[in-house]
Design a binder for this molecule. Structure first.
Ligand SMILES: Cc1cc2nc3c(=O)[nH]c(=O)nc-3n(C[C@H](O)[C@H](O)[C@H](O)COP(=O)(O)O)c2cc1C
Length: 213
């Protein structure tokens, strides 16, 4: 039994980040931190991030997803378009991605506008997935109520018979791309005096500023 969670306290001391340290483009800065997270081998899955969306009900929701690519055109991930997040995004394309690499004491917050990848990009990634994951993507009505696990297991068995190889991508499964309009890089520091650098897009140029912790 944990009695007093308010006594759990960590100091953040490993690195620092100043405006003079960062790249002039946030994509290069992200690449640097992302590669450091991967190379450090400190994380089970350094590509995981939290995506927050908000539909027309104005109630924000968050979930963990996996990043599958990024470049100057945006950040890509894959999911079910009929899921809760898919519905939210069809109502409101504004979203936020959050990476937290705790052992590096780093957080990156990226805000932007999301749109669907085209069919050929979704197809390419779908076909690169393991067979079992492709069958799972067809079987799963992601975010709908599942009455019994047996229903899902039976559906998977039937799909494996129907598609012993090359299961087709469902039309409601594919990729999204987030085009960023803001990035914030957060580096933990002693006594909660953390370093924060924000990049904001202004008429095509990235403006860089410090933020109070
Ligand atoms: C480590 C981890 C990675 C995940 N990766 C994905 C992913 O890439 N795509 C996806 O659709 N769901 C992924 N999920 C599941 C989502 O968190 C979420 O449960 C699911 O997408 C349904 O979300 P929604 O109901 O908000 O649409 C992942 C979960 C975890 C914990």
């Amino acid at each position: 039994m944990i009695n007093n969670i308010s006594e759990i306290r960590q100091e953040y001391t490993k690195f620092s980040l100043d405006i003079t340290d960062v790249s002039s483009t946030p994509f290069i800065q992200f690449k640097e931190w992302f590669e450091t997270a991967i190379k450090s081998e400190l994380f089970y899955d350094p590509t995981s991030f939290i995506l927050s969306t908000c539909g027309k009900d104005m109630i924000p929701t968050s979930r963990v997803l996996l990043l599958k690519g990024f470049d100057e055109n945006g950040f890509q991930f894959f999911t079910n378009y009929s899921s809760k997040k898919g519905k939210n995004l069809s109502e409101n394309p504004n979203a936020s991605m959050l990476f937290f690499w705790d052992k590096l004491e780093r957080q990156v917050r990226i805000s932007g506008i999301i749109s669907r990848l085209n069919d050929s990009e979704s197809e390419k990634y779908f076909n690169s997935r393991p067979y079992e994951s492709r069958i799972g993507a067809i079987a799963s009505e992601q975010s709908s109520e599942l009455n019994s696990k047996v229903d899902l297991e039976n559906k998977i068995k039937e799909l494996k018979i129907k598609y012993p190889s090359n299961p087709p991508r469902p039309i409601n499964w594919g990729g999204y791309n987030l085009v960023p309009n803001s990035f914030e890089f957060w580096q933990g520091r002693e006594s909660r005096l953390h370093d924060r650098i924000i990049y904001t897009l202004n008429e095509g140029n990235w403006i860089i500023n410090r933020l109070y912790p």
